[in-house]
Each structure stands twice: as C-alpha cells, then as structure tokens.
Design a protein around this ligand. Structure first.
Ligand SMILES: *[C@@H]1O[C@H](CO)[C@@H](O)[C@H](O)[C@H]1NC(C)=O
Ligand SMILES: *[C@@H]1O[C@H](CO)[C@@H](O)[C@H](O)[C@H]1NC(C)=O
Ligand SMILES: *[C@@H]1O[C@H](CO)[C@@H](O)[C@H](O)[C@H]1NC(C)=O
Ligand SMILES: *[C@@H]1O[C@H](CO)[C@@H](O)[C@H](O)[C@H]1NC(C)=O
Length: 510
C-alpha cells in the first residue's frame, strides 16, 4: 500500500463519506488491498483496471508470450463488477471482487476461452463446466482475464522441450533476463504477474510447476496441500500429486486467492473432503502477521542444494536471509539432511516416474471422455494428432517420449502400487521424520529444490522472492511443511517477505 492509500484509509476511518481523491494511485505493482482501497475511494474502476492490463498485454506479450488467450468478455465482466459495487456500496464485497485473474491453460473455463494445455490437439474442445476453482473465483466476483502459457501438457510430453514452450503459446520469456529460463510448467502465470500483465494468476503443480516459475520470476507461489483446492476441470497428470495454487506478486495477494479457491468440491470429493479439514474456521487472511516468524522452528537443508548454487550473489543473499530469519525470532536448525534425498531427486529410482506415467494415462483419458466436444478423446488420439500435425507441434525436434511411455502403461498394477508405496515410505522416513524429530514448522531450501520432497507426499510449500543472481535472474526461498500447515507457512512467508522486500518489477535485460 502506498502513502496515498494509507492516508485515504486513515481519512476514511474518520469520515464515512470521505470523498478523498488521490491521483497518485498506480496500477503497476498494485496489490489486492491497494486495488480494493482505490475502488472504495472511487479512484479506480474494474473497467480501468482491465483496460490497463489489456494495454500491458498488447505492449509486452508479443515478446514475453506469457498469455495465450485474452477473454473477449473481460471488459464486459468488469463493467458488471463496477455496477455491483455501485449498488452494494455499503456492503463488504469479497476480496477479489472486480479484480482480473489469469488462469494457466490447464484450467477449464466454460466461456469463450479455449482450454488446451498449450496443445493444438485440444483447440476447439468444449468443456462440460468451469473448473471448480474458476467457479469459486466467479462467485467471488473475480474477472477471468485470459489463459496463461505453460510448458505444453504441464511438461509431460517431451524430455527436451524448453521450459515454458507450447505449440500454441510458443516459448515464454523471463521478463528479468529475456534469454533466461522462465521455468515451468506454470511459466505464463508467473511471467504475466511479474510483468504486470495481470493482477493475479493461478498455476498448477505436480512436481515444481508453481514453485519453480514463481522462483525464477520474482513472484510468490503457493503450492497447497493436495486436495485443499479442487482439481476438477483441470487437465491432469496425477490425482495423487496435482494441486492448484496462486502465483502473485505478494504473499498477501496469494493468500487472498487461496482463501477464495480452497474448499470442498463434489467433483473432486475424496481429496477435497480429506483436505478441507485443514481449512481454519476463520480462513487464511488472519495469518498475514507482521511478526509471523517469531518462535518458528525452521530446518535449513543445505546438502546437496547449496552445491547446486554457485552464484556468489545467491550464496550471499541466502546467508543474509538466515541471519534475518533469526533476527525476526525464528529458531534455525541448520545443516539438516533429508534422508534418502538422492533417491527422492531421481524420479526413476524413487518410483515417481512409474507412478505418474500410469496415473496420467488414466486421468487424461477420463478428462478427455468428459469433454462435450473434442478433436481428441484419448491419449492414443493425442499421440496420433502430434504425428499428423508434426510441424505445428514440433514433433521432429521435441518428440513425445513421455506421452509414448504413458501410453505403454496398463493401469495401476503391482509395479505402480510398489512405486506409490515407496514414495509414501520415502516421505514418512524422510521429510516427515525430520519435521517431527526436530519439531519443525517448516523446511527451508532455495527454490525450487524443495519441490520434489513436497511433491511426492502431497505437502504444501510457499516460495517468496529472495535474490537476483549476478546476471539479474531472480531466485526464491522455499518454505515447505506438513499437510495442512498453510497457516504456519503463511506466517513464515509473510514475515520473511515483510522483513526483506526483495521483489522489484522486471527490467527486461537482454
Ligand atoms: C478459441 O479457439 C478458436 C479456434 O478453435 C478461436 O477461433 C477462438 O478465437 C479462440 N478463443 C479465444 C478467446 O481466443
Ligand atoms: C473415493 O473413495 C471411495 C471410498 O474409499 C472409493 O470407493 C472411490 O473409488 C473413491 N473415488 C475416487 C474417484 O477415487
Ligand atoms: C533409504 O536409505 C536407507 C539407508 O541408506 C535404505 O536402507 C532404504 O532402503 C532407503 N529407502 C528407500 C525407500 O529408498
Ligand atoms: C536415476 O536412477 C536410475 C535408476 O536407479 C539410474 O539408472 C540413473 O542413472 C539415475 N539418474 C541420475 C541422473 O542419477
């Protein structure tokens, strides 16, 4: 919040009908809180907000390629929100009312937008309904701005495709250093909020797909406990690992989004019923506490991750951050190691690859069968489509080895059951054991190295901007916790963010 909105908030608390004006309001880098204050003070309409982002998209997206499609009805939805706000000027509206949200192109919308996982194979398909998280956004009055680019099929097609590439979207660029990796698979969601082409965005994660792009684009990503947010209407990889979460410029913005999308959904009943017991009665906003780090026990895992980080700026920054965490009252348990980490980091030896391949085949086939209209109805059809339209899908260069390996599976047999049991054992004897043995509130690593540890057990994590390397590429810090520990992770992430304030807007270095 800037000084101007603070002043207006202060005035508003004395003068109910305060008609303060303040032309210093800037949409660039504005938070949900800033925007809601500006709405209240009549400094901004949803229409102006959407127009700002549409202009930014026209200016930046031809180069950055963070967005595949813009919602042709976004301005109309904004006008509707403006009218609702006028009519309800004395009623508190939901946090996201009138605010545009960008969705990863895996998340279905029943409107003029296509939902394609970045692939031409799904262009023209018609979904049966909005994804459950989209319905929750619409019910809260949020505006669907468009679909974000991504690594095609959430990076489950090719082992050689560059991060952030899809047939329909081309290759998304990192707005900090245009030649640098934006990371995937929710690349466009992170690129777009980082570059102020959208206020808020949703990504999805199976293993690193929120935490990694958020880390490399200096934004915040929350990877919720699996099942805390519904996956129905989301193009799947694995019901055991998939989760939908926010990618935003600040912890508070991401928490407003999480608050809106979390909860039970009858179309993803088992997982959301199980996880919804973790949702606090009074929601998540209450955990945005300035002193959130006080008394928290944080386990620092250096080995092997610090050997992957050779950049001197990053090394310095992380050491400084550990001192800051201590100064803010956290207890650091340093030099921890996750048991069997080398197994966890190798998806072949952990069993993750075996499990995901057959889970993908089953769940993508179920998703495709549920579509109202679709050019492809099975994994077999997708593979054939890529062969037929090999130029569009760059088949000769990138192949489709993961799709072919998935096609060769045959349900959840004894190998897959063994793999899943091994993943559970690795989590129980690894991550869960050190969390319990050391009574930790969170495990801390540079992002995205926490991702596979959290992915295989369905645990939550939050990444917060932490540093820029010597070439200017951003890096995040990851806080991971046990299932349902979002309240603690939010306190820690918010406390860290407020103590450090590392995020700055991108400078588009070549
Ligand atoms: C969705 O795809 C169709 C082509 O099948 C295209 O004509 C249409 O413009 C797309 N929708 C949006 C919002 O871009
Ligand atoms: C949900 O759980 C029930 C009871 O355990 C089980 O029978 C059913 O197959 C599960 N449904 C799905 C979609 O996994
Ligand atoms: C973990 O490591 C221990 C000893 O290093 C080994 O005995 C055990 O089999 C490993 N567990 C898994 C699941 O790989
Ligand atoms: C991962 O594990 C598999 C099987 O255990 C092994 O063949 C492969 O070389 C390992 N990969 C790496 C990069 O260490």
């Amino acid at each position: 919040m800037d000084i101007c909105s603070l002043l207006l908030l202060f005035l508003a608390s004395f003068f109910v009908a305060s008609s303060g004006t303040c032309d210093a309001f800037s949409i660039q880098e504005a938070s949900v809180y800033d925007i809601q204050i500006a709405f209240k003070q009549n400094l901004l309409t949803s229409r102006e907000l959407v127009k700002f982002y549409l202009a930014k998209i026209r200016e930046l997206n031809p180069n950055l390629k963070g967005i595949i499609e813009v919602n042709p009805d976004a301005l109309f939805e904004a006008e509707k929100a403006d009218k609702e706000r006028q009519v309800n000027s004395y009623v508190p509206l939901p946090y996201l009312h009138g605010i545009p949200v960008l969705l990863k192109d895996l998340i279905a919308t029943k409107d003029k937008l296509n939902t394609t996982a970045g692939s031409f194979a799904l262009l023209g398909s018609v979904v049966p309904r909005d994804a459950a998280v989209v319905l929750k956004l619409r019910q809260a009055g949020a505006i669907i701005l468009g679909k974000a680019s991504l690594s095609e099929w959430a990076n489950f097609r090719s082992l050689t495709a560059p991060s952030g590439w899809s047939g329909r979207g081309g290759r998304g660029k990192n707005p900090y250093v245009l030649s640098a990796n934006p990371c995937g698979s929710s690349s466009g969601s992170a690129i777009s909020v980082a570059a102020n082409m959208a206020a808020l965005s949703l990504g999805t994660e199976t293993d690193g797909s929120i935490l990694c792009p958020a880390s490399f684009n200096a934004v915040v990503g929350i990877k919720p406990t699996v099942g805390l947010t519904s996956r129905s209407g989301v193009i799947p990889i694995s019901p055991r690992q998939d989760t939908v979460g926010p990618i935003c410029r600040s912890v508070a913005d991401a928490v407003y989004v999480l608050e809106t999308i979390a909860g039970y959904d009858s179309n993803d009943a088992n997982a959301t019923r199980e996880a919804s017991k973790y949702i606090p009665t009074d929601g998540y906003i209450q955990f945005l506490k300035i002193n959130g780090l006080a008394g928290k026990r944080l386990g620092i895992v250096r080995n092997p991750f610090f050997s992957f980080i050779t950049d001197s700026e990053l090394t310095l920054a992380f050491e400084q951050h550990f001192r800051t965490l201590r100064q803010k009252g956290a207890v650091l348990v340093d030099n921890l190691e996750v048991p069997n980490i080398s197994v966890i980091l190798n998806s072949t030896s952990s069993g993750e690859a075996t499990a995901l391949l057959s889970e993908f085949k089953l769940s993508i086939n179920a998703y495709l069968e549920d579509l109202v209209i679709s050019p492809v109805r099975s994994l077999t059809d997708i593979i054939a489509f890529n062969q037929k339209f090999s130029d569009l899908e760059m088949l000769d260069k990138l192949g489709q080895i993961i799709l072919l390996s998935a096609e060769a599976t045959n349900g959840i047999g004894s190998e897959e059951k063994k793999a899943t049991l091994n993943l559970e054992k690795l989590s129980r004897d690894g991550f869960e054991k050190i969390m319990r043995d050391h009574k930790l509130d969170a495990l801390v690593t540079p992002s995205p190295f926490c991702a596979p540890i959290l992915a295989i057990g369905g645990y939550p994590g939050i990444t917060v901007p932490a540093a820029y390397d010597t070439t200017g590429v951003p890096r995040g810090i990851c806080f991971g916790g046990l299932k349902g520990s979002e309240p603690k992770l939010i306190e820690i992430a918010y406390g860290f963010e407020q103590a450090t304030k590392i995020r700055k807007p991108p400078t588009f270095l070549l």
